[in-house]
Write a protein that binds this ligand. Structure first.
Ligand SMILES: [Zn+2]
Length: 150
């Protein structure tokens, strides 16, 4: 299932799919035992907590695709490190603070380059994403999600 839904992304497992009339929710979590601290590089397997993120993905079959991604926060094992805890990153899937998966981001970037201004915004809406001009802020349409910790 991972190879079908999330090709070229290592270390993730698809737990379940929730398909409704308008959206497909893919329940995903990391399969790696631990993660490396972004400051000191130390590997940690001590989980501090976890939380859910809901990055939007490229639509498929006319439905919105939203990942439900469980992100773990680890303790940094280095007592000298200023960063006491850190959230794992899933390279190729999401960036920190991003509401989009990397492949939706690159798709939207291509749309933006090909179609500037209103045409690009209309095209983005077809992907279930709204882009507000000028402010640089973006938001996923339909359901607003609560803020997520970094
Ligand atoms: Zn550290």
């Amino acid at each position: 299932m991972e190879g079908l839904l999330l090709p070229s992304i290592a270390d993730v497992s698809v737990q379940s799919l929730d398909v409704s009339h308008e959206a497909i929710r893919v329940n995903v979590c990391s399969t790696s035992a631990g993660a490396a601290c972004p400051d000191c590089g130390s590997e940690s397997t001590r989980v501090h907590s976890s939380y859910l993120r809901f990055p939007a993905d490229v639509p498929t079959g006319g439905r919105l695709v939203v990942l439900q991604l469980r992100v773990r926060r680890f303790f940094c094992p280095q007592s000298s490190c200023a960063r006491q805890t850190f959230a794992e990153q899933l390279p190729g899937l999401t960036r920190r603070y991003s509401r989009w998966t990397e492949r939706l981001r690159s798709t939207l970037a291509a749309v933006g380059l090909a179609l500037a201004g209103r045409a690009g915004a209309r095209m983005a809406r077809a992907f279930g994403v709204s882009i507000s001009r000028g402010s640089g802020t973006t938001s996923v349409t339909r359901r607003r999600r609560p803020a997520e910790p970094g």
